[in-house]
Design a protein around this ligand. Structure first.
Ligand SMILES: NC(=O)c1ccc[n+]([C@@H]2O[C@H](COP(=O)([O-])OP(=O)(O)OC[C@H]3O[C@@H](n4cnc5c(N)ncnc54)[C@H](OP(=O)(O)O)[C@@H]3O)[C@@H](O)[C@H]2O)c1
Length: 280
């Protein structure tokens, strides 16, 4: 039995892919209504909360490997690591980013704290250190649908954006055969470096109308996200990350996705085609 903590973008696709391979999988969610499709696909639903260790311990029963993916609040993910250690779990696959204890971005410092807890837990584990998810562009989809334009503090910066479905595919692949991946860190990217000008170009072609990209300052980007309903601290961290993209922070591409999956990583064109309805 594989436990996937949370049914967000990566978690739900990981569960779906494991069920497609007929692997027994349990998913920890706060609200079972949000996991109805996963239950339909044969996943066990464990109702729990990462703030409540007792609920994690119950979900951990009979589990061989854990896919740890959540908003990466340290106390919550450290609860999962501690529960996995108590239960003697064989392997944890942790979704993370460019974690660093001295990053200006709080989320990356949090990731470093969580990774440190895994390192000291003694539980065999694998880190999936992903570049920016293509799915982040979906947050801009309502604005693109309405105004045919979008803005970001990422400037002209290019990123090795990865489709979150490929991150999930890597997590599922490792979960079914974790031994060779113990102690490894994979840097997951898409097949190429793309800027937001490229994103606008792909969307223009796909949608048959001009989509324009505007370069925003950090403050403009943060305020736009807050106006769109993103909580202040998250808007701040996202705008910081986009500003770093402008400086080349995300300008890296690896072969780790094809190496693990035996197929090419999805391109932004593939991603946009699959999600075209969101931008129309
Ligand atoms: N976005 C990027 O570009 C990017 C790049 C690299 C790495 N990452 C990493 O990827 C991870 C996030 O993955 P994701 O984007 O797939 O996540 P996501 O879509 O944001 O989903 C997060 C899930 O966590 C659940 N959740 C929140 N608090 C919870 C709690 N207390 N107990 C149980 N469940 C809870 C949410 O469920 P509810 O429906 O109940 O709210 C939601 O389903 C983070 O570690 C992030 O740093 C992201």
């Amino acid at each position: 039995m594989i436990l996937v903590t949370t049914a967000g973008k990566v978690g739900s696709e990981t569960v779906r892919l494991l069920r497609e391979r007929d692997v027994p999988v349990r998913v920890l969610v706060r609200d079972p209504a949000r996991a109805a499709a996963l239950a339909e696909a044969g996943a066990e639903i464990a109702i729990g909360d990462l703030d409540l260790p007792a609920t994690i311990d119950v979900a951990m029963t009979g589990v061989s490997a854990v896919v740890l993916v959540s908003p990466a609040v340290p106390a919550q993910e450290i609860n999962v690591v501690a529960s996995a250690a108590r239960a003697g779990i064989g392997h944890v696959i942790k979704a993370t980013s460019k974690a660093s204890g001295d990053s200006p971005i709080a989320r990356r410092r949090w990731q470093a704290d969580i990774e440190a807890s895994l390192a000291t837990s003694g539980v065999p584990h694998t880190l999936l250190r992903s570049n920016a998810y293509m799915q982040n562009v979906l947050a801009l989809a309502p604005a693109i649908a309405k105004t045919s334009s979008f803005g970001s503090a990422a400037g002209k910066g290019r990123a090795g954006m990865v489709d979150a479905r490929d991150v999930a595919a890597v997590a599922a692949e490792i979960a079914v055969g974790p031994a060779p991946h113990a102690g490894q860190t994979y840097w997951l990217t898409g097949p190429e470096l793309i800027s937001n000008y490229d994103v606008a170009g792909v969307l223009s072609e796909l949608l048959g109308r001009a989509i324009t990209y505007r370069e925003l300052t950090f403050e403009e980007n943060k305020d736009a996200m807050i106006r769109a309903g993103v909580p202040g601290q998250i808007a701040e961290m996202n705008a910081q990350a986009f500003s770093l993209v402008a400086d080349g922070d995300a300008e890296w591409v690896t072969e780790d996705v094809p190496l693990i999956l035996g197929r090419a990583a999805r391109s932004f064109e593939q991603f946009a085609t699959d999600y075209a309805a969101a931008f129309s």
